[in-house]
Design a protein around this ligand. Structure first.
Ligand code: FAD
Length: 428
């Protein structure tokens, strides 16, 4: 059988790296079986491979995009708010150090506004802790840095330019059919192939799916007044607007409107768009100027009902794809892959099969309670703050005022952003 079209950017640890392509191809033919096969080299899949790099396991990662695109990903408009735990996990992998200081923007405070009122729910770091609440880094830089670290490591064999067509598992292993007709086998298959995971569907794992009927429009803008590294989440009537602070006079604006209105915003002239944003913001940042393109994403949330099956597990957005308003998606994905990798490493250390159901169940037990709370909590926030009927408007005004005077609630939100530990919620 001819070897699949692969790029040998990374030669896995077993056996030792080979010097030329011919022997590499020979080795490929004689080593069709992997310990772990990861589908999807997005930030979650690559982070998982990096988490396993000292495990001694033979790992493959299959990605439909070419390695060149992974190495130099295009800017996609997303500026990702990262928690301290995410910073710690990326640092432990070595990818944080590859971001470059100029690409990391501190988030010092956050304010939530409702309707046209100037009243705000405000958070900042507690007085006894120096440093930011979190960090803003573009998805482009996150992807670039994680891939650079992956490429420099010997964490896994990358099968790029390769689309997975079919996956099945049974008691003896997992079998992945690639678009070139080859079948690859592995002791454990991991799906990290987006929130629309075809693998999750093929494995018969049901999920709760939420089409919010809205789209997010994203654009980097310059502005007249400084933002003082404070994020704004403005729940206006008829749509929301978030300001994510980058450099002092530059921010990412995220406008969430119903999907029909988004095309109107996309088609506006630059001048009209600048005025529209300044006006929506009540001139809080003075005049606004678009820099770069406008991007848009239809908003869909997904929560898989199980995070594992027989010799199979889900990580990243394939497990939980969040609405971006609470900025948890990738943070949750990073935390989840770390929990799964730790369980696998623990099993290896204890000489137990790492694909065993108990190992995968332990991952779910630790990850799912937190994921559920965040997913459903976010949906509640979205529901309340996008409902413009009078009772909802009154309720959200009350929620902001009560929250501002409830130190334990503010402390809990701060803790979520600033803790370096995985949340430990009770299993139910
Ligand atoms: C507008 C917006 C704003 C966001 N803001 C935040 C934020 O502030 N904070 C935060 O934490 N998160 C945020 N997120 C979420 C974050 O972007 C995602 O959680 C994260 O990118 C998901 O990474 P992933 O690796 O799971 O999936 P992806 O990045 O989707 O990667 C999946 C990979 O799988 C590959 N693939 C798919 N199918 C196949 C196949 N059949 N064969 C081979 N390869 C395949 C794809 O090519 C892709 O490379 C935001 C998301 C959006 C849309």
């Amino acid at each position: 059988m001819p070897p699949p079209a692969i790029t040998f950017h990374n030669l896995c640890q077993f056996p030792a790296p080979v010097p030329d392509l011919e022997s590499a191809l020979h080795r490929w033919e004689s080593s069709m079986d992997y310990d772990i096969a990861i589908i999807g080299a997005g930030p979650a899949g690559l982070s998982f491979a990096l988490s396993l790099r000292d495990s001694g396991l033979k790992v493959a990662i299959i990605e439909k995009q070419p390695a060149d695109t992974l190495q130099a990903p295009a800017y996609d408009g997303r500026e990702i708010a990262l928690t301290h735990l995410s910073q710690k996990l990326m640092h432990a992998h070595g990818s944080w150090q590859r971001l470059g200081d100029g690409n990391i923007h501190p988030l010092m405070a956050a304010s939530v506004l409702n309707g046209r009122s100037d009243y705000r729910l405000h958070f900042d770091a507690p007085a006894n802790i120096k440093g930011p609440l979190g960090y803003l880094v573009s998805n482009q830089n996150i992807r670039r840095a994680i891939f650079a670290e992956f490429a420099a490591s010997e964490a896994a064999t990358l099968l790029d330019n390769t689309n997975v067509q079919h996956v099945r598992t049974d008691a003896s292993g997992g079998y992945i059919t690639l678009d070139n007709g080859t079948t690859l086998s592995a002791s454990l298959v991991i799906a990290a192939d987006t929130r629309f995971s075809a693998t999750r569907n093929q494995m018969g794992i049901a999920s709760d799916y939420n089409d919010y009927g809205r789209s997010a429009l994203l654009c980097v803008m310059e502005h007249e007044q400084p933002h003082h590294h404070t994020a704004l989440e403005c729940f206006f009537y008829g749509g929301t607007l978030a300001v994510l602070p980058l450099d002092e006079y530059r921010c990412s604006v995220v406008i969430t409107v119903n999907s029909a209105q988004v095309s109107e915003l996309l088609q506006m002239s630059e001048e009209a768009f600048n005025n529209e944003v300044a006006q929506r913001l009540g001139n809080r940042l003075g005049s606004m100027k678009q820099c770069g393109e406008r991007y848009h994403y239809p908003l869909v949330g997904v929560h898989a009902r199980k995070f594992y099956g027989e010799r199979f597990a889900l990580v990243g957005d394939a497990a939980v794809g969040m609405h971006p308003v609470t900025a948890h998606g990738f943070n949750l994905g990073l935390s989840g892959q770390d929990l799964l990798a730790s369980e696998i490493m623990k099993a290896c250390k204890n000489q137990r099969p790492f694909w065993d159901t108990q190992v995968l169940a332990a991952y779910q037990q630790q990850h799912m309670p937190n994921a559920r709370v965040l997913y459903h909590g976010t949906n509640t926030v979205v529901g309340l703050f996008t409902d413009d009927r009078l009772p909802a408007r009154l309720l959200r005004t009350a929620v902001l005022r009560i929250s501002n005077h409830l130190p334990p609630l503010k402390q809990a939100i701060r803790h979520k952003l600033m803790s370096e530990q995985h949340p430990r919620l009770r299993v139910f």
